[in-house]
Ligand binder design. Structure first.
Ligand SMILES: [Zn+2]
Length: 134
């Protein structure tokens, strides 16, 4: 049990004691009912969140998106931002940082990924000492 839940229970016990001593059992019962309702709503929310995750998975299956190089691809279509898809279920195309770059950035969440797995060649002032990458 989390500390947060413990403190809620302690608060609840203290409130009950105070209300009982004040002869306000009806108020206690009302708080008790509301607390139970709150717990039920949290359970329903959890179920709904799991349902969303399942539906996202179905979309993923239906589109046959493939995860590679930190992004999703639909065969040659893509790449799509993995963060936006996993979190929001949306296929957001990510854009190369510049023409020919191995790095792309999501226009929505600004996540930057390497879509080829290769490092960008950094041009120096002396072309004869080129760094081949890996
Ligand atoms: Zn994104």
């Amino acid at each position: 049990m989390s500390i947060k839940n413990m403190s809620i229970i302690n608060w609840f016990k203290n409130t009950f004691t105070v209300l009982r001593e004040a002869g306000k059992i009806k108020e206690y019962e009302k708080i008790s009912a509301l607390t139970e309702e709150n717990t039920n709503l949290k359970k329903k929310l959890s179920v709904a969140e799991q349902k969303i995750a399942t539906l996202n998975e179905e979309i993923y299956q239906k589109r046959k998106l493939e995860y590679r190089n930190e992004s999703y691809w639909d065969n040659d279509d893509g790449p799509y931002c993995s963060r936006c898809f996993d979190e929001l279920g949306k296929t957001i195309r990510i854009h190369p940082n510049y023409v020919g770059s191995n790095f792309s950035t999501c226009p929505k969440c600004k996540t930057q990924v390497n879509i080829t797995g290769r490092s960008d060649f950094v041009q120096t002032s002396t072309p004869n000492h080129r760094n081949p990458g890996r």
